[in-house]
Design a protein around this ligand. Structure first.
Ligand SMILES: Cc1ncc(C[n+]2csc(CCOP(=O)(O)OP(=O)(O)O)c2C)c(N)n1
Length: 639
């Protein structure tokens, strides 16, 4: 099937690299911006993808590639979900319709994809550290390339950004940080920094004085080095005096701004000026997320990303209506609703999210119990230790994190939670292969890294009923921490019973008895075993299927039973094979010293790229086809 390809406008169609952009006159740049915006809207309206962030930095993207000598000069995009314009201007326009598709372009900058993608991204708040590393490498090599890190106000709430600035301010290497302030994370940005930035951008006195200083500096620029230094000193002193807090200056950065990030000409001029200013400096630009597409400007969270087609004028969804039954709820929504029910019955329950209230479906809790719900910003490390602090004072802390972002807080899980045996409940969303977001976002390692930690239960339900019951059981359990993992996407759609029931910790359940081969699955991926089992039954092959539910403590009684009644064990999980659930089974079997073969099915020790979840499950062999194949292989050996 031929994929729809958006048509570029008359200027854009001739831009195959930034060199082509540089051939244009400054007064043509706004037209390029308009065409770029239209091209992105056209593409995403058909194929989906991240949206609002890229629209918000169109003018910045064009100005950066116009002024800087990329790829020798280095642009580092934080998170990278805003880099669509960058990709299109750097030789990927003709392939852009394959964005986020299996074997197509990545939705994020990626070093193997282009020389213009200087650093792989996906997780937030890394751009200043990476940029500083490049700046120091440049200094050591005595070259003169420029380094520009572009970071959003949301990503700026991440502690790592401040660790980097603290270091950069001391090292004094030449680099520019562009703070793209749109007042939004995925959801509205939160925290004291947000207030601080709002104060700067709305302070009339400051803005007036800043403009005057800038004009003055413009005059001084032509007046020689001495005068320019004096002017720059004056500007720093005055900005420090009138910028509330002068936070960035205190960290050793010269602060410039705020500047209208949608005025491409002003941006170009500012960037040209800043090229001549040495040392660490920060340009604060103000933009509108979703700029140029009215529905996205109005509902910025909804338009952060789009997964189904929409009308490119009105924004109205063009997704085909689902016939008949309502689609099953997503696992994240089952979690979100269960949490409200549990919190209504237990007033010690509190909820924590690091900047993902929508992504984790925490809004029902935040609306119902605002005093007991905390969006802490993009701050996973803090989120976990904050939860530990709450737990230390008797609160039942539910920390909702994506598997991939929990990686950031491993030390906090060990040092602040596990060692002190604090009963924090980790609700781990997006566990397993996540699909189009690709390798930076796959949640593959949580079982392995959590299993290794004492005082930690690691569970995963096969369906939404069990998710609810596990959450309830965890809410009543105070002897250790508890991690419950569930994947991106929809649950089974089963009819849920009212209320909750306690589940027995460390106990699996028999889904189906069979002969010779037993498949032990962990989590919702067990539904693939049911599918494979049905297909195999048509060939008179009857497998046993056990939903193990806990990777730790593992159900040893059930494994004993399987070993006594079957000849082969196959384990199945949506996570790395290394040290995961299958390893837990194999470790137990090995310790028992019995000679039953265990085949571990999981994600191999390799970086798995992007695609749909189904494509990726099939690629790594953990889909129904893979299970059928492994069962037959196991039986061939037996015959
Ligand atoms: C460590 C980490 N936590 C959470 C996320 C999920 N995430 C992706 S984009 C985003 C918001 C970023 O906001 P900002 O930097 O202001 O960029 P904007 O989208 O507003 O342009 C979040 C929370 C992430 N990418 N990385």
């Amino acid at each position: 099937m031929d994929l729809y390809k958006p048509k570029p406008g008359p200027l854009l169609k001739n831009i195959d690299s930034p060199a082509d952009l540089k051939k244009l006159k400054p007064d043509q740049l706004q037209d390029v911006c308009d065409e770029l915006r239209e091209f992105i809207i056209d593409m995403v309206s058909v194929h989906g993808g991240h949206f609002g962030a890229s629209l918000g930095v169109i003018e910045l993207t064009v100005a950066l590639h116009y002024v800087y000598n990329t790829p020798d000069d280095k642009l580092i995009w934080d998170v990278g979900h805003q880099a669509y314009g960058h990709k299109i201007l750097t030789g990927r326009r003709e392939d852009f319709h394959t964005n986020r598709r299996y074997k197509g372009l990545s939705g994020f900058p990626k070093r193997t994809e282009s020389d213009y993608d200087t650093f792989g991204v996906g997780h937030s708040s890394t751009s200043i550290s990476a940029g500083l590393g490049m700046a120091i490498a440049r200094d050591l090599d005595q070259s003169d390339k420029k380094i520009v890190s572009i970071i959003g106000d949301g990503a700026m709430t991440g502690g790592m950004a401040f660790e980097a600035m603290n270091n950069a301010g001391a090292l004094k290497s030449d680099m520019l940080v562009i703070l793209n302030d749109n007042n939004m994370s995925i959801d509205p940005n939160v925290g004291a920094l947000k207030e601080y930035l709002a104060e700067i951008t709305t302070s009339k006195t400051f803005n007036l004085m800043r403009d005057e200083i800038y004009d003055l500096l413009g005059h001084f620029k032509t007046a020689g080095d001495k005068m320019r230094k004096a002017a720059s000193k004056l500007e720093r002193a005055m900005t420090a005096a009138i910028t509330p807090g002068a936070l960035f200056q205190a960290l050793g950065f010269k602060y410039y701004g705020p500047v209208d990030g949608h005025n491409v000409d002003a941006l170009r001029r500012h960037l040209e000026d800043l090229r001549t200013v040495s040392g660490p400096k920060l340009l604060h630009i103000v933009t509108v997320k979703g700029k140029g597409f009215a529905p996205a400007e109005r509902e910025q969270t909804k338009w952060h990303a789009q997964s189904s087609p929409f009308d490119k004028i009105t924004g109205k969804s063009l997704a085909k209506p689902v016939n008949g039954n309502k689609p099953a709820p997503k696992y994240q929504d089952v979690f979100g609703e269960a949490l409200v029910e549990l919190a209504a019955a237990n007033e010690d329950i509190v909820a924590i999210t690091p900047a993902m209230p929508s992504g984790s479906s925490l809004w029902p809790m935040m609306h119902t119990f605002p005093d007991r719900s905390f969006d802490v910003g993009i701050a996973e490390q803090h989120a976990v230790t904050f939860a530990a602090g709450l737990a230390s004072e008797g609160k039942k802390a539910f920390a909702a994190l994506y598997s991939t972002f929990l990686q950031r807080a491993y030390d906090q899980v060990i040092h602040d939670v596990a060692i002190q045996k604090l009963p924090v409940v980790f609700c781990i969303d997006r566990a397993g292969l996540v699909g189009a977001d690709g390798p930076t976002h796959h949640g593959l390692y949580d079982v392995s890294f959590l299993r290794a930690v004492p005082n930690m239960i690691v569970s995963s339900p096969m369906d939404e009923q069990d998710l609810r019951d596990m959450m309830y059981t965890a809410s009543e359990y105070n002897d250790s921490a508890w991690a419950v993992r569930y994947p991106r996407g929809r649950s089974t759609g089963m009819k849920l019973r009212e209320g909750f029931e306690k589940t027995e910790i460390g106990k699996g359940r028999i889904i189906k008895e069979g002969e010779k081969v037993a498949v032990l699955s962990f989590g919702p991926i067990g539904s693939y075993v049911i599918e494979a089992g049905t297909r195999l039954a048509e060939e008179q092959i009857h497998i046993g299927h056990f939903d193990m539910r806990y990777a730790k403590p593992i159900d040893t009684e059930m494994i004993d039973y399987v070993m006594a009644n079957y000849d082969r064990i196959i384990t199945l999980e949506d996570g790395t094979k290394l040290g995961g659930f299958g390893s837990a089974v194999a470790e137990y079997v090995a310790e028992k010293g019995l000679a039953i073969p265990v085949k571990i099915m999981g994600v191999p020790d390799a970086i798995i790229e992007h695609g749909t979840q189904k494509e990726l499950h099939d690629e790594v062999g953990i889909g129904p086809d893979g299970i059928v194949e492994q069962v037959k292989k196991a039986l061939d050996v037996l015959v």
